[in-house]
Design a protein. Structure first.
Length: 539
């Protein structure tokens, strides 16, 4: 077990202990001066010995400071006898410690002073021992629940060796040392903190529902927000293990921290469970690689064969869209385009011998088939069967995820039973072909579903975003990962499907021809035209 000296980060915090008579008559505007005590009193300074644990009161990155109201205890020894027993001292708003009695220099010039923290009513103090507090330390039991500051502070025992009065300054410098051992546990938490404006932290893995046991007893450690470490103080003589159960992205996991008895007084051990905490600063860019475990690689990275195999796609847009975020607030960071394309139709081609594929008759359309899609959460873009020139590019919404999911839920057979607007028994299949392609994509290229959307077909808005992206960087990264080029910098010989309906049997396609809607978009018969699918996702 690797252990560290808890006091390796020294705490240069000084505190004063002055006799209470000096406080009489002080207002909030009064200040305390060291000179005030020289009329007969002794000034006390308590500081962390340069080897200390993250300690009492306020703890931040293993640095300690005391808070107003914290209480410590002092024992005074002369000629081997205790002449001041368990004197309570309190840290006050003036920045020093006060007691209920005065300490005259002439009386205590040859005395030895011992301090401990936090104060307790009963403390065993034996002057025959090298460390008079040793018995108290050995039997001290930190609290089981250390999650709240007051309980954590009460568990972090500090004591001192003997200190004497400096004759010149009449100051007693008491060096405190921490007597407990600390277990620092980092549960899996891998997050990207983006420098991009208004882009929230992207959590790749995060332990939740964590519970802890020390031996057979339930315990609750404190959690340090800055480091995301769970910290638990134990008596250095303890030998039990700490067992941890938690969920990592919803999956149950367990771990055991052993060797606690080896840490020793005033030391700490960091246990990185399942990789521990990893906070990665990142500037997200178009062209960055999105990996199959949800992690990122920067564009321009020279990929190994193993990394190439793990690339899911390439970031083409920073940020997503309101419809995507409405589906899941975590999907707000970026849009990713996949590496491959598939050529196929949306629906079965018309077969005169199969009535489930034949074209709709006028009577069937009038009966309700012309708006069959409205029964399944789908809608056509702008007016039914409108021309591409009617599409206003700036008003397009990236609804691809919603459209694709709704399409994947359309039943194989559409009839009056599941589409009430249809009033005859004709069975027209508008879903089987697409659902097979959709399912094949999800199985062929699995995604980390706890972190991102499933693969889906871009809407026209997404295709416009892709064309307006840093295509040079995006195409370079697709090529570096061994993918098939987008080819949308100029007119496509074979259009891409979008997930936007044009009518009851037609879809909008993307041709990448020019910049205006009549050039960019075209009408495609979902039954007859075999076009390319290009899959995207959002994370």
């Amino acid at each position: 077990m690797k252990k560290y000296n808890i006091y390796s980060l020294a705490l240069s915090v000084a505190f004063s202990l002055a006799f209470s008579l000096l406080l009489a008559g002080c207002s909030n505007d009064d200040t305390y001066s060291n000179a005030d005590s020289k009329s007969g009193g002794i000034t006390f300074q308590l500081s962390d010995q340069p080897s200390g644990i993250n300690s009492k009161a306020v703890t931040k990155n293993f640095q300690t400071s005391f808070e107003v109201g914290d209480e410590a205890g002092v024992f005074i020894v002369k000629a081997g006898k205790v002449v001041g027993e368990n004197i309570k001292i309190t840290y006050n708003s003036y920045g020093y410690w006060s007691a209920d009695e005065s300490f005259d220099y002439a009386t205590y010039a040859d005395a030895q002073f011992y301090a401990y923290y936090p104060y307790a009513e009963a403390v065993e103090f034996d002057t025959t021992l090298d460390s008079p507090f040793q018995t108290y330390i050995d039997t001290f039991q930190p609290q089981a629940d250390q999650s709240e500051a007051v309980a954590y502070e009460a568990s972090d025992l500090m004591t001192s060796y003997a200190a004497t009065v400096d004759a010149t300054s009449r100051t007693v410098s008491v060096y405190m040392h921490h007597d407990m051992a600390m277990v620092c546990m980092e549960l899996p938490n891998h997050s990207y903190t983006f420098s991009n404006d208004e882009l929230s932290t992207y959590v790749v893995s995060e332990a939740t529902d964590a519970t802890f046991k020390f031996g057979d007893n339930n315990i609750v450690p404190s959690l340090d927000d800055a480091t995301q470490q769970y910290r638990y103080l134990v008596n250095p003589l303890a030998t039990a293990n700490i067992s941890v159960t938690y969920k990592n992205n919803g999956v149950e996991a367990q771990a055991t921290v052993t060797g606690i008895g080896e840490i020793g007084s005033g030391n700490y051990h960091v246990e990185k469970i399942d990789g521990g905490v990893k906070l990665t600063p990142w500037t997200l860019q178009e062209g960055d690689f999105y990996m199959n475990d949800g992690t990122l690689l920067a564009k321009g990275t020279t990929l190994t064969n193993e990394q190439k195999a793990a690339v899911l796609g390439v970031v083409y847009k920073i940020g997503t869209s309101e419809p995507v975020v409405a589906a899941d607030s975590r999907w707000c960071h970026a849009m990713v385009v996949g590496l491959t394309k598939t050529q196929n139709t949306w629906a079965p081609d018309i077969n005169p011998d199969d009535p489930t594929t034949t074209a709709l008759t006028s009577a069937q359309n009038s009966a309700g088939w012309k708006s069959w899609y409205s029964n399944f959460g789908l809608s056509h873009l702008i007016s039914n069967n409108a021309s591409a020139s009617k599409i206003v590019i700036d008003e397009l919404e990236e609804t691809g995820h919603r459209n694709t999911v709704n399409w994947s839920l359309v039943p194989d057979i559409i009839s009056s039973a599941n589409a009430p607007k249809i009033t005859d028994d004709s069975k027209k299949n508008f879903a089987t072909v697409f659902k097979g392609i959709y399912q094949a994509q999800q199985e062929a290229v699995p995604v980390p579903t706890a972190l991102c959307t499933s693969w889906y077909v871009p809407s026209l808005a997404a295709w416009v975003d892709m064309k307006n992206s840093d295509l040079t960087a995006v195409e370079a990264s697709i090529s570096a990962a061994g993918g098939e080029a987008l080819g949308i910098s100029s007119k496509l010989s074979v259009p891409y499907w979008s997930s936007n309906l044009r009518g009851h049997e037609t879809m909008w396609g993307f041709t990448a021809d020019g910049t205006t809607s009549d050039k960019l978009f075209t009408s495609l018969d979902m039954r007859k035209n075999s076009r390319f699918y290009r899959w995207i996702l959002a994370f």
